[in-house]
Design a protein around this ligand. Structure first.
Ligand SMILES: [Zn+2]
Length: 235
């Protein structure tokens, strides 16, 4: 008797329970953004964290990333509000970047330069969430079209990082090129080439805002995974 009374109550409770704060859409399981106007540009590394350093040109990743971030802001027309994560050479913890991006932005693009074995060259774009796929694909397409060559680079990569998993907004991390590759490091050292990269990044952002995920093909499947932590992987 008790069972028959209890069952409908349990079903009712299950149906009316509010969505959990860690529900699927909170994990980015939704289409990519369209019509957004506020973009957080995150210049990777900074301060005590130099990031990669080119043995060929001596350039530090943190310096090139900040310069490129400024160029992206200039390339985006005034219809976008750009929030720079940092405007000088200072250290900001990755978890703090996640908090700041989630607070003020509609999308996050984090800018980096890569390092690997000397033969590797070309841009790579990292994303994790479903809502970040369209923007990531556009960024990789525009960057790949802007560079003279690729070799061994991984292109569009789905990887759970703190800046691709943890913000509450669509978030993508771009590696503009390999500072470990002699030819690419020399290119990245020139302002004109960084301007070209910045234009590619800005074009991709503009296109995503205008078109959403249109033309980007089927969305990847959602993967349930916990927030990324410092101990997870190289970032
Ligand atoms: Zn980096």
């Amino acid at each position: 008797m008790k069972f028959f009374l209890l069952l409908p109550l349990l079903l009712l409770a299950a149906c009316t329970a509010p969505p959990s704060p860690s529900g699927r859409s909170a994990l980015g399981d939704r289409p990519g953004p369209r019509g957004f106007r506020t973009v957080v540009i995150d210049a990777g590394h900074g301060g005590k964290d130099s990031g990669a350093r080119s043995r060929i040109t001596g350039d530090m990743e943190k310096t090139l990333a900040l310069d490129t971030a400024r160029r992206v802001q200039r390339e985006l027309d005034s219809s976008f509000r750009v929030v720079q994560m940092r405007t000088d050479d200072r250290f900001i913890d990755l978890d703090e970047r996640v908090v700041r991006a989630s607070r003020g932005g509609e999308v996050l693009v984090s800018i980096h330069y890569n390092s690997g074995v000397s033969g590797m060259r070309g841009p790579e774009t990292y994303y994790w969430r479903v809502d970040s796929y369209g923007l990531a694909k556009r960024l990789q397409q525009h960057l790949a079209a802007a560079v003279p060559g690729e070799s061994g680079s991984r292109g569009l990569v789905r990887r759970r990082l703190r800046l691709t998993r943890n913000p509450s907004i669509p978030c993508v991390l771009v590696e503009c090129g390999y500072l470990s590759n002699a030819a690419e490091a020399r290119l990245c050292a020139t302002p004109a080439y960084r301007q070209r990269l910045a234009r590619a990044i800005a074009d991709a952002i503009r296109e995503q805002s205008a078109r959403g995920d249109a033309g980007m093909g089927p969305l990847p499947r959602h993967i349930d995974a916990p927030p990324s932590q410092a101990s997870d992987a190289r970032e």
